[in-house]
Ligand binder design. Sequence first.
Ligand code: PMV
Length: 347
Amino acid sequence: EKNTKGSITWKTPSNIALVKYWGKQEPQIPENASISFTLDACFTLTTLEYSKSKSTQGGSFEVYFEGEKKDDFKPKIQQFFERIEQYVPFLNYFDFVIKSRNSFPHSSGIASSASGMSALALCVMSIEKALNPEMTDEYFNKKASFLARLGSGSACRSIEGELIVWGKHNKIKESSNLFGVKFPYKIHNNFKNYHDTILLVDEGEKQVSSTVGHKLMHNHPFAKQRFKQANDNISKISEVLKNGDLKQFIEIVESEALSLHAMMMTSNPYFILMKPNTLKIINKIWEFRTKTKSKICFTLDAGANVHVLFPEHEKEQVNNFIINELIQFCQEKHYICDRIGFGAKQL
Ligand code: PMV
C-alpha cells in the first residue's frame, strides 16, 4: 500500500560526444562506440508523479513542459514506455504526471533528448528502487542507462560523469552496446574541469532529426569506414585521456565533428546542418590557435551550434576571445558557459 502514490524528481545533465554515435540498429544498438563529456549547466529537471491506476488496461500519463501541458511530447514518451515495459512491468499499474523543464531555452537548438530521456529513466528506476530497496547503486545506474538508451541513444551517457563510453569496444572491456559505462581509467589532470562554452548559432528547430540521420547511415556509401574510424578514434582518445596530450585531443575531437557532418553531406538524401556562422567560428578558432598556441577546439552535435572546448588553465584568455570575437556570430549573442559534470542527482 505504501508504494501506491508518490513523486520523484531528478536533475539530469546533457552530454557532448567527443567521438560521435551516428548510425544504429534496432533496438537502439549503436554501430560504433562513442564517448562523451557529461555536462553540468545544461540539464533537465523532471518530476514524475505516480499513483495506482484505476484502469486494468495499464496506466495513462500527462506531460507538462515548463508549466504547460504538452501533448506533442506524448508520442516520443509513449514509444519510450512501450519499449521499456518488458523491463519494468510495474509501470502498467500506475498513472503518471510528468513535469519537466530545461535549464537551457527549449528552442536553443540544444538537444534535450539526452537529458530529458535520462531524467525520465531515472524517475522510473526510483519507483523500481522503492519496490526493491536492496538493489545496488551499480545495478540502479546500469539499468537507468539501459532504459535511457531505449528513449534516446545518447541519453544512456547522461546518468553519470565525467566521461562515459557507450558501445562495445575491445579496448574498454566493461563497455556494452546496452548501456553507458564510466571511462574506466584515471583521467589526466588536463581534463579536470574542462570547459564547454556552447555558442548558439541557430536557435531554430533542426530540419533533419537525429532519428532520420541515423537511418540514413543504413545505405550510406561510407558507413563501414565511418564506424571503423570512430572505433579507432575511441582507442586513440582513450590513450589521450590518460596521458593528457591536448594536441592529439584536438585532432581527434575536431575530426570527429567534421566527419559527423561529412556523413550528413554525403547521405542520400544529403543535407547540411552547419550555417555560415558555424564555419566563421571554426575559422576564428583555428586562427586563434595558430596565433596563441591555445589548446581551444570545437565540436558539433547534429546542428549548427558550436561547442567550444578548452582546459581550465586557459579560461581567462579563451573567455576573452569568445566574448570579443565569437559571440558576434551567435543568434542574439546567446551562449551558455558549461563544463564537464558529474552526472544526475535525485532532488
Ligand atoms: O541520441 P540521438 O539519437 O539523438 O543521437 C545523437 C547523435 C549525436 O548527438 C549527433 C552524436 C552523439 O553521439 O551524441
